[in-house]
Structures are given as C-alpha cells and as structure tokens.
Design a protein around this ligand. Structure first.
Ligand code: NZQ
Ligand code: ZN
Length: 387
C-alpha cells in the first residue's frame, strides 16, 4: 500500500431542497457574487429564479453561456475580467461540470495579475483563489468534490485538466431533483464518465481489497441506476444514488493507497474533445473497451478476471482469458445498451487527424508512465481501433 496525504475540504449538502441552505452558505463570503451558468438549462428548470430569490440583497454579476468543454476564450477570460472589475468575493457556479470547471479556473485567475493561462498550463502556481460554491445540475464529472477544472483552448487544441488544492469548491449543493431534466444522451455520457473515473483507479498495479470493493460496487451501482434514470428520469432514488456515485468518482477517495494509473483513457479523450469538441463521456465510452483490449496481457489478466467476475458476474470457473474477453465485451455492450455511439465516426471523427492527435497525447499526457505505458504508436492503434 502506498503512502498518501489526503484532504477534501468541500462541504457536501445533499438532498431534496438542500438549496434552502444557500443563503447561509453564501453569507460567509461577502456580498459580491459572480453567478456563472451555461446555455440556459437552469432557467428552464426554474433554478435561476430560485437562486435570485434566495439571494436578494446580494450584488450579483452574471457570466452566462459557458459551453460544454468550457473555453478559455471567452469564458475564463471574461469571468476573470468581471471578478476584477466588480471586486467579486465569491463565485456561485450553477450547472454541470463545464460550468464548475470554468468557475474554478476563473477563481484562480481572478487572484493573479498575469495571463490566467500561466496557471492552467502549470507555468505558475496559484497563490490564492476566490471561493467557489456550486449547485450541481448534471451528475457526471465529480467536479463538485474535486480540485480539477478542465479547460479547452481552441486555437491550440489543448484541453488541460488544471488541478490545485485551492480549487476545491467550498460547498456543493446537490439536489438530485435538479438532474431530472438532464437528457438521455447526457445521462448516459455522465454514467460513462463516472464509470471511467472508477476504472482509471481500478486498473492499476497496486490496489487493496478495500479499494477494489469500493470501485466494483460503484460500477455496479452506476450501471443499475443509470438504467432506472433513463427509464424514468424523475426516479428520485435512482437519480440520488447515481449522483452520489458520480460525486465520489474523481477526488481520489476510491484509490487511496493504490499506485497511480496515469488515467490513460482521460489522457486520450481530452485530445478528442480538444480537437473535435465531442461530449467527454461519449469519447470515454468509445475509447475504454479498445484501450482494455490493447492492454490485456499476461500481466494485466488477473485485473480483468476480477473485474469480469465482480462487476459483470461472469462465471468464475471459465478459463481466465475467456473471462477477461467477456468482461471487455460486456463493457462495450453496456455502453452501447444505454444509447452511446460506440465509434469515433459516429461522433464526427475520421482518421485524418489521428496521427496528429496521437502525437499531441504522447507529448502532453505523460502516458509513458501509465499502468500499462502507452507510446504514440499504442495511442494510434487504440484510436484506429475506435474508428
Ligand atoms: O449549458 P446548459 O444549458 O446548462 O446545458 C448543459 C450542457 O448543454 C446541459 N445540462 C446541464 N444540466 C442540465 C442540462 N440540461 C438539462 N437539465 C439539466 N439539469 O448538459 C450539457 C452538458 O453539460 P456539461 O456541464 O458540459 O456536462 P458535464 O457535467 O458532463 O461536464 C463535462 C466537462 O467536464 C470535464 C469534461 O472534460 C467536460 O469538459 N471534466 C471535468 C472533470 C473534473 N472537473 O474533475 C473530470 C472529468 O473527467 C471531465 O474531464
Ligand atoms: Zn471524466
């Protein structure tokens, strides 16, 4: 078991009507709020009006229009400018992972005199950040409980996972009711994202029984509950358990003491979204089974066998190689069964830039240190198999 030093300072306020605590949460931070949100879903579900009503008496400046795969220019830059112009005390992010991620980058950029890209690209370490409070409306990324903000820079095709302990949200309000309106496409993509977060921590060299059990139960819960959410989007119990699984997915709690895995599927997917602006969870679902097949070997076989038996209930008496192959097939079929397009061509990606993307990934994602190290050639083969 590896050493670790772990702290998640985020307060989770979970359940129906947890928004009622918003005024008391915000009261700690001052009167000037930057309210950030996306393309309008929060208005359709009445959440925008509710926030404004609960925060009467505050000075609220708004940054709207934050897109999926949030963009450095204009969203991060506009947010930083607004924070500085209005001397903002706290950011209230209302939306999915993209709104939260963008808000975290703004929070750090607002306290820095130079170009915020210096921080996101790790050229300069942030010394301070504004507090971020969020109200989550889409269960997927785990941004509500982690330290990352993933930001895209269109002109360079960069999509960078910027992490700093300063960026944990101070409080996350998680009311599953606000996720009832999430489309089937985004619900399925959210499931694939949270499942892949779990797999990125499960498929590594050094693990514990405790963490394996935690991960296996996460995967089973996500698979059962996503079907219920897709069948009945207003199934509170299913949306709630699904949301909590997603929250646990990305902050490291599933792999305390494990050896690092290098998060290879994320390394590859970030380039797909960076180049083609696709939905993150769909890209992951496409890559994951192809990556699994690519890394299956004598060395990794026991992991796949355990995964197959404990997650998919595959007959343990079968030959090990057969269990592993069935497990990979089951992973593919599960994603397909919840409506995810399972080929890159279906999401608008052909082979014309695969070599360029493989080089970009090999240069920027550190996958030579992954659980199974990946060279440019390996990455290219995984991408070609995903077409
Ligand atoms: O923009 P609006 O109108 O709000 O619509 C959004 C958007 O179109 C919509 N939506 C959100 N809540 C809704 C809703 N529609 C109806 N009802 C609701 N209640 O859903 C669409 C997608 O939203 P987005 O925030 O982009 O989705 P998600 O939460 O999956 O976030 C994806 C982003 O997070 C990054 C991804 O790379 C991607 O950029 N990630 C962040 C991570 C982190 N911070 O730790 C880790 C992940 O691995 C991931 O990389
Ligand atoms: Zn992810």
């Amino acid at each position: 078991m590896q050493n670790f030093d772990y702290k998640t300072p985020t307060r989770l306020i979970f359940g129906k009507e947890s928004i009622e605590k918003l005024p008391s949460v915000m009261a700690q931070f001052g009167k000037r709020i930057l309210l950030t949100y996306g393309g309008g879903s929060i208005k359709k579900i009445g959440l925008y009006d509710r926030v404004k009503e609960l925060l009467k008496g505050y000075d609220i400046v708004e940054l709207s229009g934050i897109q999926p795969n949030p963009k450095y220019d204009p969203s991060v830059l506009d947010g930083v400018r607004l924070c500085k112009e209005h001397n903002i005390d706290v950011i209230l992010a209302v939306g999915g992972g993209s709104v939260l991620d963008c808000s975290k980058a703004i929070a750090a950029g607002a306290c820095y005199d130079g170009d915020p890209w210096d921080l996101i690209s790790y050229k300069v370490k942030a010394q301070r950040a504004l507090p971020v409070v969020d109200i989550l409306t889409l269960a997927a990324t785990g941004s509500e409980y982690d330290t990352f903000g993933v930001i895209s820079r269109t002109e360079t095709n960069d999509k960078i996972g910027y992490g700093d302990p300063l960026l944990y949200p101070v409080a996350s309000i998680l009311d599953p009711v606000y996720t009832f309106s999430v489309s089937k496409k985004q619900t399925a993509a959210g499931c694939a994202d949270a499942m892949n977060h779990t797999m990125e921590q499960y498929f590594t060299a050094d693990t514990t029984l405790l963490n394996d059990g935690f991960c296996e139960s996460m995967l089973r819960s996500l698979m059962v509950n996503v079907r219920k959410c897709l069948d009945n989007p207003e199934d509170y119990t299913a949306r709630a358990e699904f949301m909590l699984c997603c929250t646990y997915g990305c902050n490291g709690i599933l792999s305390l003491g494990n050896s690092p895995s290098g998060w290879p599927c994320h390394g590859i997917e970030h380039a797909l979204s960076g180049y083609y602006d696709i939905t993150h969870g769909e890209g992951l679902a496409i890559i994951t089974p192809r990556w699994m097949r690519h890394i299956l070997s004598e060395r990794t076989l026991p992991r796949f066998v355990k995964y197959g038996i404990n997650v998919f209930g595959i007959d343990a008496s079968l030959p090990q190689q057969e269990i592993a192959e069935k497990a990979i097939d089951a992973t593919y079929r599960f994603f397909e069964s919840i409506g995810i397009p399972m080929h890159l061509r279906e999401v608008g990606i052909d082979d014309s830039r695969i070599d360029e993307m493989a080089q970009h990934i090999a240069d920027n994602e550190g996958l030579e240190n992954a659980y199974v190290p990946l060279t440019k050639q390996d990455i290219k083969e995984i991408l070609m198999a995903s077409l």
